[in-house]
Design a protein around this ligand. Sequence first.
Ligand code: COA
Ligand code: MG
Length: 292
Amino acid sequence: MMRSLLFVPGDDSGKLDKALASGADALILDLEDSVAADAKASARRTCLDFLKATAPLASRPRLYVRINALDSGLSDNDLDSVMTAGPDGIVLPKSASGADVTLLDARIAVREALHDLTDGQTRIIAIATETAASIFGLGSYAGASRRLSGLTWGGEDLAADIGAAGNKNAAGDWRQPFQLARNLCLFGAVSAGIIPIDTVYTDFRDLDGLRREAEVAEKDGFCGKLAIHPAQVAPINEIFTPSPQAIANARRIIGAFAAAGDPGVVGLDGKMLDRPHLLAARRTLERAGIES
Ligand code: COA
Ligand code: MG
């Protein structure tokens, strides 16, 4: 399950240790925006030490590293360092299109071979809406890499790129350009057969606001949400775990199709159900970690 993915500044060993106990499904050790330019090299060493110490633990979150952008001049050094410890995955910021993911795939493959890691074991999650141009690449991720397991989006760098004064309105809802980015990320991920992950909620003291945003995202089809503070993890996990009622309902729908000999359409409780309902039911069980 990838319900909660907690960002941790990669140069802060105190927060790295704290993050391990957060209950997050994945940690994203950050080498990019939360690390100052003059701390990049020491952050790589801190992340590497943490990965080496943590990877062997029997029970641990998945460990991803957010490298610097491909055009930053830093990403190859980031990979040279962290790939020696075999992280579970790499988060690619400022991804412009599937071509960027394909390029990263090749760079990862070289390091996997060099360090005797299993070919293909390192996954990729792309942050796919951080520039205006990237919006036009959101339909290009299908087939980009067999490593690609999720797409997520960001509203902070996008606001800076387009020169927006802000990204949310007075009521706390995303302004229109950011809703478009979010929605296209959702469609882009699902159409590429990978999971859509909702972006961060930056006001980390406002857990009610986080809950509202996460609930809407879950209803719309997102499978999880990025977190920036340990307090955000429990609400995110709760909201993105299919409820017992949702699981029971999904089982009934799948059962109704099976009992009727798998037709295109069935009736259940006086309501018509067709293929989209069956797919949604299967997806619910998949997200709950149940084989259907
Ligand atoms: N991971 C692990 N531990 C974290 C954490 C995180 N993302 N955010 C906060 N903590 C720890 C703090 O170090 C503190 O630990 P302590 O009690 O041992 O001192 C505790 O949780 C409470 O933190 P709090 O005082 O509420 O927040 P803060 O002011 O220390 O930190 C931020 C606020 C925003 C700086 C911090 O949450 C953070 O660094 N978040 C991640 C930022 C990031 O990676 N951004 C890039 C992606 S957008
Ligand atoms: Mg950023």
